[in-house]
Write a protein that binds this ligand. Structure first.
Ligand code: C5P
Length: 227
């Protein structure tokens, strides 16, 4: 299992201070929408400068028509990140086009598909997708697998089932982790590190429990000890 730390703080300076505080730990840095929209490519370069051998997950959840998604994916790959994601609900044609373009480039990163956002409960999910979370998330995961993606973003509670329906090496990245039972916030389907491990998550994403802690490095270290 690997740990992705969400750099979701309000300013680039605060996010970079977080990166510095985690120096030397074996963690991925997850750059999300707010940070990337505001701070862009220079922010990725600053993270890289602070930790040249570290890995970056660009969590932009691309969702558009196939050609636009593939164009955007190429632009993402050119920035040299190690992992990025798209929405599976964009469809197989879009995912296949993304993979065809990305795999033709040098050093292609890992590409994951978002199945069901972990902030959805059953009622909210059904209102949008018309189906239960588990059934639809599994279908999205199959679509992603058949489209050649490396894995999916899903809840801990779908990780095992998705691997059964695809293959055990199909990666699962699971947000909604509350390592030591912290407050869930807007996340509906939360789990501890132990549960994520039992359920076979390949990557866990932890945001607030680390960046809102008095000592983020200490929390990250305690999480890594449980791997
Ligand atoms: O603060 P918390 O630990 O809830 O952070 C979770 C992070 O994972 C956020 O950056 C959020 O955007 C991201 N994420 C998520 N659910 C997904 C995909 C990504 O919560 N399905």
């Amino acid at each position: 299992m690997q740990l992705c730390v969400a750099l979701d703080l309000p300013s680039a300076a605060q996010n970079l201070a977080l990166v510095r505080s985690l120096h030397g730990l074996d963690v991925w840095m997850k750059v999300g929408l707010r940070a990337f929209i505001r701070d862009g490519k220079p922010f990725l370069e600053e993270i890289r400068a602070l930790n040249p051998s570290g890995k970056i997950f660009l969590d932009l959840k691309l969702h558009d028509i196939p050609n636009t998604m593939a164009d955007a994916a190429e632009a993402v790959v050119e920035m040299g990140v190690e992992m990025f994601n798209v929405h599976a609900s964009a469809g197989k044609e879009a995912m296949q086009m993304v993979m065809a373009r990305v795999s033709a480039l040098p050093n292609p990163p890992l590409v994951l598909a978002v199945t069901a956002l972990t902030s959805f409960d059953e009622t909210g999910f059904k209102a949008v997708y018309g189906e239960a979370v588990e059934a639809k998330a599994t279908q999205f995961a199959k679509d992603a697998f058949e489209s050649g993606l490396h894995g999916v973003v899903c809840s801990v509670y779908e990780s095992q089932k998705i691997k059964t329906f695809t293959c055990k090496d199909f990666l699962t990245l699971t947000p909604g982790i509350r390592p030591f039972g912290e407050e869930a916030g807007d996340q509906k389907r939360v789990a501890t590190v132990e549960v994520a491990k039992q359920e076979g998550s390949d990557f866990i994403v932890v945001g607030r429990p680390i960046y809102q802690a008095a000592n983020p490095r200490d929390v990250a270290e305690r999480i890594l000890e449980r791997f």
